[in-house]
Design a protein around this ligand. Structure first.
Ligand SMILES: [Zn+2]
Length: 324
């Protein structure tokens, strides 16, 4: 990173590149691919970093323990020391876990506002001074959590924003099917919402995908097991975080349509694949079996695609990009 930082700093000093002004970041992004790491936080959470800028996606390291969810009793792990929650309990983020697991954040992106995507984000954005980007529900809940308006960017899908160190295309998307396709919730968290909320209080608020152009790569992220196929035409991402879990089978040809519309992306990482009710220490035996099937299905659709299976909290360096 030093090699990239020094010439850029020099160019800014020489006046050939615009420096940060009061109208916001205007620095041109570095040319060509740089070292970019992705760190999996469990559920749909990731840290994306080029060593200078850190983008955190759907952080949920609180990973709360529940007795039941959507009327389904959850299997409990012997020796699990975490506090047990019911669906009606007010939810609070585990601030110590967030401090320990996410030491830096410049931007926080939210795919949708369910608690397993949003619970940790307001505290994280406040603590690290990060800009939080999400739908109206996400930014209303974040404001209720004490994030100042100057750190909230509300999007609806269709935006293509320049942030200097990266650019962000916001893509309208769909939530996973739940309850055998009977789940539907069009409510939006209102501006006067108060925290804490229980599980039901974290409304979906609509779903988004993001195309992040960062470190010379195009990284497409999903937070759920669904998408709008026509919104993905022509994106040709280098790296895709593909939502995969049991509910994907409710969609017709879920992986086939996705891999084809993305024109067989070079690198795929699964996201939202683990059993989020289990503590981090418990082996994800069933989920890892499903991932082997996922890997085989992606390879059958696109033999050249590299499928990378992440481990919790271990930074993965993205392979160099090949011209597409
Ligand atoms: Zn959700």
């Amino acid at each position: 990173m030093q090699l990239l930082l020094r010439p850029l700093t020099l160019l800014v000093a020489m006046g050939t590149l615009p420096a940060l002004g009061k109208d916001g970041p205007k620095t041109a992004p570095p040319e060509g691919p740089s070292r970019v790491t992705l760190t999996y936080l469990g559920t749909a959470g990731w840290i994306l970093s080029d060593g200078r800028v850190t983008i955190v996606i759907d952080p949920y390291v609180s990973r709360l323990r529940f007795s039941e969810v959507l009327g389904r009793k959850l299997e409990q792990v012997p020796g699990d020391q975490r506090a047990l929650h019911s669906e009606t309990d007010p939810l609070k983020p585990d601030e110590a876990a967030i401090d320990r697991r996410i030491p830096k954040a410049d931007y926080v992106l939210i795919h949708h506002s369910h608690s397993d995507h949003l619970l940790d984000a307001p505290y994280l954005a406040k603590k690290r001074g990060a800009q939080l980007i999400g739908h109206e529900s996400a930014t209303n809940i974040a404001r209720a959590g004490g994030v100042p308006d100057s750190q909230l960017i509300t999007v609806r899908g269709g935006e293509d924003y320049e942030f200097g160190s990266f650019s962000l295309r916001v893509i309208p998307s769909l939530h996973s099917t739940l309850s055998q396709k009977h789940y539907h919730d069009s409510r939006i968290a209102p501006r006067d919402i108060k925290l804490p909320l229980n599980l039901d209080g974290y409304l979906e608020g609509g779903s988004l995908a993001y195309l992040i152009r960062f470190g010379g790569r195009k990284i497409l992220t999903f937070g759920s097991m669904n998408y709008i196929e026509r919104e993905l035409e022509g994106l040709r991402p280098d790296v895709v975080l593909v939502g995969t879990n049991r509910s994907q089978v409710e969609n017709h040809d879920y992986l086939g349509r996705l891999i084809r519309v993305l024109e067989r992306p070079p690198v795929v990482l699964p996201t939202h694949w683990d059993d989020l009710w289990l503590p981090f220490e418990t082996p994800q035996t069933e989920a890892l079996k499903r991932l082997e099937t996922f890997r085989k299905e992606v390879h059958a659709l696109s033999p050249e695609t590299q499928v990378i299976i992440p481990r919790y909290f271990e930074p993965l360096e993205l392979p160099p990009v090949k011209p597409r």
